[in-house]
Ligand binder design. Sequence first.
Ligand code: GUN
Length: 292
Amino acid sequence: MQLLDGKIISEKFKIKISEEVVAMRKNSGKQPHLAAVLVGNHGASETYVASKMKNCEIVGFKSTLIKLENKISEEELIKKILELNENNDIDGIIVQLPLPAHINPEKITECIDYRKDVDGFHPVNLGRMQRNLSSFIPATPYGIMLMLEEYGIKTEGRHCVVVGRSNIVGLPMSILMARDSNPGNCTVTLCHIYTPEVKLHTSQADILIVAVGKRNFITADMVKPGAVVIDVGINPEISRQTKTGYKLYGDVDFDKVSSKTSWITPVPGGVGPMTITALLKNTLLAAKQRLL
Ligand code: GUN
């Protein structure tokens, strides 16, 4: 078993991004600028957004965090997004999900100018991605593709099973792995909540990608020997030793599964850092495209 180390690779990418930012500022005076909108005080979202802002700073981007009250109306939020669309200094916009129940996330996603949609959630970007045209690719699947490419994992002709069909991870992941691309060109099975026997599929997977949000969802009996296993889960649990502080667990029972695999991502330090790096790459791309 070998580890797919997202921390090491993301550091390499971030050095490259920083160098490009230095060159961009020298050549055009432009500095990439990401705006993040955070509605309410969802604990995990606050942590994720803070990490995104910190990483912008690390690579030399400008970043603006717009914190809005939980009770903000859908209309007011849309107005804020339209302002960001119009703001010439801003290259990328993300609205952190989940949103409060009274706000329709689909409507909000469609309001973001697709040329600034560095999360790649807008239907234009999703459609262009499916057609293999240049687009912003959602950060987590994009980060996984970068990781597979970096480690030279062969995907062509292999059977990829994705568990979870969220708009953020599972669904775009299944499209990318089925696409005529490298990585890609897989035979893809997409399992979800209505799949009667998930194990039937996962145990056939050469490449298994899991994004369900349940600790230990994937046990050793569900994994084919020699498989590549990508664990997207981030499940915080209070540490048993100290009873304080959280420890993060993936969706895969790492201790029992890892010895069966050829490659596996750890949690933390696997997919998580790659997600942020992919968002930075999308923001740099948005800034470059706005220079053209
Ligand atoms: N919530 C969980 N993951 C993401 C993400 O990648 N982007 C946004 N906007 N919200 C999220």
